[in-house]
Design a binder for this molecule. Structure first.
Ligand code: BTN
Length: 149
C-alpha cells in the first residue's frame, strides 16, 4: 500500500491534468447565426486582426443581398482565458449601411463554441433631421457551421 501511493499519485495527476485541459474558443472558420446569416472568419493574426466575409439572410433595404467584407479585431490579453472578446465591422456591399458587432467567443456547457454578439446597424439617411431613426440595435448568436465530410 505504501509503495502504491506514489504510483497512484502520478496516475491521478496525469488523468487530472488531462481532464482539466479546457477547450478554447477560436474565431476562425464558418459560422451561422439565429437569423440564418453566414459568416466566414479567416486567420486571426498575431495582433488579433482578422478579415472575412458575411452573407446576411435579411436586409433592411429592398436591395439584392450580396456577400460583404468584414474586418475585425480580437482581444489578445492573457485575461481572455480561451474565451476572447472581439469586434468586427461589416461594410455592406449592396447598401449604404455599416454594421458593427461586438461579442465574446464562449465554449458552452456541452463543449460547443458559440459567439454571443450585439450589433449596431447604421443606415444612411438624407439629412440630420432623420438621424434619430438611422440606427438599429440587436443581438445575434452564432454557432459553428460543421463541414460536410
Ligand atoms: C442592410 O440592410 O443595409 C445591410 C444588411 C444588414 C443585416 C443585419 S446586420 C445585423 C443583423 N444580423 C444579421 O445577420 N443581419 C442583420
Amino acid at each position: 500500500m505504501v509503495q502504491a501511493t506514489p504510483l497512484l499519485l502520478v496516475l491521478f495527476l496525469a488523468l487530472g491534468a488531462h481532464g482539466l485541459a479546457v477547450k478554447k474558443c477560436s474565431l476562425t472558420g464558418r459560422w451561422v447565426n439565429d437569423l440564418g446569416s453566414n459568416m466566414t472568419i479567416m486567420t486571426v493574426n498575431a495582433n488579433g486582426a482578422f478579415a472575412g466575409s458575411y452573407h446576411t439572410a435579411v436586409t433592411a433595404t429592398s436591395n439584392e443581398i450580396k456577400l460583404s467584407p468584414l474586418q475585425g479585431s480580437m482581444q489578445k490579453s492573457p485575461n481572455q482565458k480561451g474565451q476572447p472578446t472581439f469586434g468586427f465591422t461589416v461594410n455592406w456591399s449592396f447598401s449604404d449601411s455599416i454594421t458593427v458587432f461586438t461579442g465574446q467567443c464562449f465554449v458552452d456547457e456541452y463543449g460547443k463554441e458559440v459567439l454571443k454578439t450585439m450589433w449596431l446597424l447604421r443606415s444612411h439617411v438624407e439629412n440630420i433631421k432623420n438621424d434619430w431613426k438611422a440606427t438599429r440595435v440587436g443581438t445575434n448568436v452564432f454557432t459553428r457551421l460543421q463541414s460536410q465530410e
